[in-house]
Design a binder for this molecule. Structure first.
Ligand code: FES
Ligand code: FES
Length: 222
């Protein structure tokens, strides 16, 4: 499998005394904090994307490159999506810029922050470090695929709302996906187990305790 699987959790939390550079994303909204949190957790779309780049024209000119079939099918959020993916393209790029699933964030783009976390066969992966072609025939879940068709939030999403998890919200989709994967693997974690399970997802706002409280609350629901 690609190198994006989160096999060793980052133990060192970032300096929580530093102000969040992304906090400005919330300063101009007129909605309540709880409404903001709910919208971030549901789809991640409230937070602006980082370094948006549209699909390049070269990606549209040929169906093959280097002997690799570029037109592939991906199972994403229960749908089969046809996509033209370069052999070296990461899953994060495909999800965001080919499939329009911008709830998955790009932070470091090098397996350090967890903002890009998605599920592949119910296991958390850093999508920035997973080649799209490596997850053909796998089941991919992004933050957009968690809520029910009627719009009811996943228990983890609801728990993060209830615990006022996000500050700026940029890391939230990754935190949600990591928590979902954690609880699928261990439905009744101790607080220390949950903390260790979430350690691969950094939060520049330092909202770790809120997210951890959310995981423990969700564990009582799932
Ligand atoms: S963007 Fe993938 S780990 Fe940071
Ligand atoms: S980075 Fe701002 S809430 Fe985590």
């Amino acid at each position: 499998m690609g190198s994006g699987r989160i096999t060793s959790r980052v133990r060192t939390m970032i300096d929580q005394n530093k102000p969040c550079p992304l906090a400005g994303a919330t300063t101009t909204t007129a909605v309540s904090r709880r409404e903001f949190i709910k919208s971030v957790i549901a789809s991640g779309v409230v937070v602006s994307s980082v370094a948006y780049r549209p699909a390049t024209s070269s990606a549209q000119t040929s169906a093959r490159a280097g002997g690799v079939e570029r037109l592939i099918s991906l199972n994403v959020n229960g749908q089969i999506r046809r996509v033209d993916a370069l052999p070296q393209e990461t899953l994060a790029m495909t999800l965001r810029y080919k499939l329009g699933l911008t709830g998955t964030k790009l932070g470091c783009d090098r397996s350090e922050c967890g903002a890009c976390t998605v599920l592949v066969d119910d296991i958390a992966y850093y999508s920035c470090s997973t080649l799209t072609h490596r997850v053909r025939d796998r089941v991919i879940t992004t933050v957009e695929g968690l809520a029910s068709e009627s719009g009811e939030l996943h228990p983890v999403q609801q728990a993060f709302v209830d615990e006022l998890g996000p500050q700026c919200g940029f890391c939230t989709p990754g935190q949600v996906m990591a928590a979902v994967a954690l609880l699928k693997d261990n439905p009744n974690p101790t607080r220390d187990e949950a903390r260790a399970g979430m350690a691969g997802n950094l939060c520049r706002c330092g909202a770790y305790d809120h997210y951890l409280n959310g995981v423990m609350r969700a564990a009582m629901e799932v």
